[in-house]
Design a binder for this molecule. Structure first.
Ligand code: FES
Length: 224
């Protein structure tokens, strides 16, 4: 699908946000995915035109990062963390249940093309392992049964509330947020809970603190 003039104008707005316009390429690719469902040839060419770089350069970036897809993702992207903590606490079983429910495997669309399943790396949410994401919103403390239930509810068109953040929208809406982050949803839902603050609370109770940063390291952090 050809990229519309309205989307090209949004690309130009993104490019104008950065001292070096090519820095806008990552959000521009999210915008392309939001509009097209994946990173299409037309989308790549539009990014290249707006930024004054080659299509080969845009392709190189879009094929390097796993968040960019070259096949239609469908309505919802489903990520299942299979890194150490999530894997040990049931992430592998969650992934297996979802693969069976969706009739698919890693980094591939479901049988009905409405979902995309992907094994993902640590989301820095290990406190609530095993963790799953739906359109990159957190679903914490999953079990195989609760993960399949999320899919069933989404398939029925029900509203599904992420466990930390807003209600699930869809992959296209999340792509637009990744391009233009100020979506007005930053304060939606729970952001932090007692389980996540437990370590901090215990450290305070015991008077624990991180060791001071050596002067040489502190100097390094201020020079860059
Ligand atoms: S290992 Fe899964 S969120 Fe960290």
């Amino acid at each position: 699908m050809a990229i519309s003039e309205a989307v090209r104008e949004e690309m130009r707005q993104l490019a104008a946000l950065y001292p070096q316009s090519r820095s806008a390429l990552l959000p521009m690719l999210h915008l392309v995915q939001s509009e097209e469902g994946d990173v299409t040839i037309d989308g790549i060419n539009a990014c290249a035109d707006v930024l004054g770089i080659t299509s080969a350069e845009v392709t190189a970036v879009s094929t390097f990062y796993t968040m960019y897809k070259r096949q239609k993702v469908g309505q919802h992207h489903i990520g299942v963390c299979i890194n150490t903590l999530c894997g040990l606490l049931g992430g592998d079983a969650v992934y297996a249940a979802l693969a069976e429910r969706l009739g698919t495997t890693h980094d591939s669309p479901s049988e009905d093309s409405n979902f995309w399943l992907e094994r993902i790396e640590c989301q820095a949410a290990c406190t609530h392992a095993p963790v799953m994401t739906v359109d990159w919103e957190f679903m914490d403390d999953m079990t195989p049964a609760s993960a399949v239930d999320v899919i069933d509810r989404l398939a029925r068109g029900e509203v599904v509330q992420s466990t930390r953040g807003p209600a699930i929208r869809d992959f296209a809406a999340t792509g637009r947020t990744l391009a233009f982050p100020n979506d007005g949803l930053a304060d939606e839902g729970v952001s932090v809970d007692e389980k996540m603050l437990a370590g901090l609370r215990i450290a305070k109770e015991r008077g624990m603190s991180a060791p001071p940063i050596p002067a040489s390291a502190a100097a390094d952090t201020t020079e860059g």
